[in-house]
Design a protein around this ligand. Structure first.
Ligand code: HEC
Ligand code: HEC
Length: 256
């Protein structure tokens, strides 16, 4: 790759920002992660010899998102490896434009060019890495059945489509822009549903997920989040191809 001064400057800036963002974030939420490790990793990222490899540049991200972006469901940070590039790109833009709120993320992405956001999204989407093992959950069997039924069949009389209809039968996501739902931490899932309901996570209209989040009761959200976060995926399962039939609801962010 030809060294490009703009790209090099952006990369240096990204690493500097990551180091400072990670430092304050972890100071504020020490309980959320292993602070000493993360700070050391941020420092390493900031001082690493700059090479032209994307893996090297993205060290700034693995401080929080786990090695190669494959955070486990035992924690707080969402996995980003292997999610559809269209989904990842949309989220980077959402953080940049304030349609999703996380100070570290918005700070990190500030002023990065659209081309670079696309390159970052393609890089993490291309990582084909194993998923962590399933986490045992303490759900009573009846609750687990209710959660699974909601995910696989929805609740037609309340106009709640099945989650798998859009997110894929294996819940590994669907191209171009629907994410996988498994191995995400329960806290992350709960936070996303809260953000959709209160309007602090937004996507292109019509915002189908915000609508779905409002149609679910708090109790259903808790059940589904616990159930999804305790499941895993076998190696080699990838997002499904784009739907050829219309979706049960229109999603502005998932149009081809
Ligand atoms: C200081 C910690 C931290 C760093 C460093 C960080 N992230 Fe994040 N990231 C988060 C958190 C926390 C969230 C979830 C925010 C929320 O609740 O919406 C997130 C969410 C995301 C999402 C959305 C994931 C999803 O499934 O919706 C993407 C994509 C992402 N980050 C990419 C990156 C990239 C690329 C980098 C490096 C340039 C990076 N992050 C660096 C903490 C971090
Ligand atoms: C009509 C299609 C559709 C249905 C049905 C649907 N989703 Fe989604 N979902 C989406 C789209 C599109 C996105 C991406 C939204 C964005 O770009 O912010 C999404 C994103 C998500 C995310 C964000 C993942 C992350 O990493 O942050 C979660 C969690 C989620 N959906 C859970 C569910 C659950 C649980 C159900 C069933 C109760 C469901 N979805 C049903 C289309 C759908």
């Amino acid at each position: 790759m030809t060294p490009n001064p703009c790209l090099r400057a952006a990369r240096r800036r990204l690493m500097r920002l990551a180091a400072s963002a990670a430092a304050w974030w972890f100071a504020a939420a020490a309980a959320a992660a292993n602070q000493a490790l993360a700070v050391a990793a941020a420092r390493d990222a900031a001082t690493a010899a700059v090479t032209d490899s994307m893996a090297q540049r993205m060290q700034a991200c693995v401080v929080c998102h786990g090695k190669e972006g494959r955070a486990t469901n035992d924690g707080y940070f969402p996995r980003i490896a292997g999610k559809p590039a269209g989904y990842l790109y949309n989220q980077l833009v959402n953080f940049q434009k304030g349609r999703r709120t996380n100070r570290a993320m918005s700070h990190l992405l500030q002023n990065l060019s659209d081309d670079y956001l696309r390159e970052i999204a393609r890089y993490f989407a291309s990582l084909d890495l194993p998923y962590p093992p399933a986490q045992p959950d303490a759900m009573p069997a009846a609750d687990a059945r209710r959660a699974e039924q909601l995910v696989r069949e929805g609740i037609p009389e309340r106009k709640l489509p099945a989650c798998v209809h859009c997110h894929g039968q294996a819940m590994a996501g669907r191209l171009p822009a629907m994410p996988g739902l498994l191995t995400l931490p329960r806290d992350h899932l709960l936070r996303q549903f809260g953000a959709w309901r209160e309007g602090s996570r937004r996507a292109d209209a019509p915002d189908c997920m915000a609508e779905i989040a409002r149609r679910l009761t708090p109790d259903e959200i808790a059940l589904v989040s616990t159930w999804l976060s305790s499941r895993t995926l076998p190696t080699g399962i990838h997002p499904e191809p784009a739907a050829t039939e219309p979706l049960p609801m229109d999603c502005g962010s998932a149009r081809p």
